[in-house]
Write a protein that binds this ligand. Structure first.
Ligand SMILES: [Zn+2]
Ligand SMILES: [Zn+2]
Ligand SMILES: [Zn+2]
Ligand SMILES: [Zn+2]
Length: 224
């Protein structure tokens, strides 16, 4: 009898010793100051006013800190890109604000300035930010996309395009995470056998070449 109690106590002790995931801290509030946040407790990602359940997509959009020491970077185009918030077409990387992005849409949005409703004087801009709508303000000659300010019409247009693609990736992630990541990085999804360029999906053609020219299939919309 005694022995049984001992075993039970041991089992209970063992159960309690299993690390609970309760020590995961909720990072949701960080979304107020950071572009892209993954909350390990609530298991969702937040960026530019959007939400996703995909950790992979969130990590892709978050980018990573760019190497601090220039000696770590061998590529000359990358060195230049770090200095002027640009892209390296050779490495398919983009740099801004000390971060390195594989995703051009994420980089494009990250280049905007965070809109702080408290410090904005223009009523039209304030309204746009508070209603979370994307808009271009003629008075300020600046656009607002995903709560960020873009100072030229051109950068506003690019930000709007990027936002559309990011929304598409969020929807795609619910069906295939790796497609969503590929969509953001001009990559490929080996599971679905598709590649992406500028957010558009293309089927990977079979390696064997046929002599007769085949009719090319129309590129499909990414709902598979
Ligand atoms: Zn949370
Ligand atoms: Zn490079
Ligand atoms: Zn304004
Ligand atoms: Zn896929």
């Amino acid at each position: 009898m005694k022995r049984l109690a001992f075993v039970a106590a041991l089992a209970a002790g063992f159960l309690f010793a299993v690390p609970a995931s309760a020590d995961e801290k909720c990072t949701c509030s960080e979304a107020k100051t950071k572009n892209v946040v993954w909350c390990p407790k609530c298991k969702h990602g937040m960026f530019f006013g959007l939400e996703t359940k995909s950790q992979k997509l969130t990590e892709t959009l978050a980018g990573q800190p760019a190497p601090k020491s220039k000696t770590d970077i061998k590529c000359k185009e990358c060195l230049k890109a770090i200095e002027n918030d640009g892209t390296c077409s050779h490495c398919h990387l983009a740099y801004t604000g000390g971060n390195m992005y594989k995703s051009i849409p994420a980089f494009t949005l990250a280049k905007g300035t965070r809109a702080d409703p408290g410090s904005i004087k223009c009523a039209d801009c304030k309204k746009a930010i508070e209603s979370k709508k994307d808009a271009f303000c003629k008075t300020c000659n600046a656009g607002i996309v995903g709560g960020r300010i873009f100072k030229t019409h051109e950068s506003f247009g690019k930000a709007e395009e990027s936002m559309t693609l990011i929304k598409l990736a969020v929807a795609t992630a619910e069906k295939c995470e790796s497609c969503a990541v590929a969509m953001m990085t001009d990559g490929e999804c080996s599971k679905c056998k598709v590649t992406f360029k500028d957010g558009k999906m293309k089927k990977i053609e079979k390696a064997e070449k046929s002599i007769q020219p085949e009719k090319k299939p129309e590129p499909k919309a990414p709902n598979h």
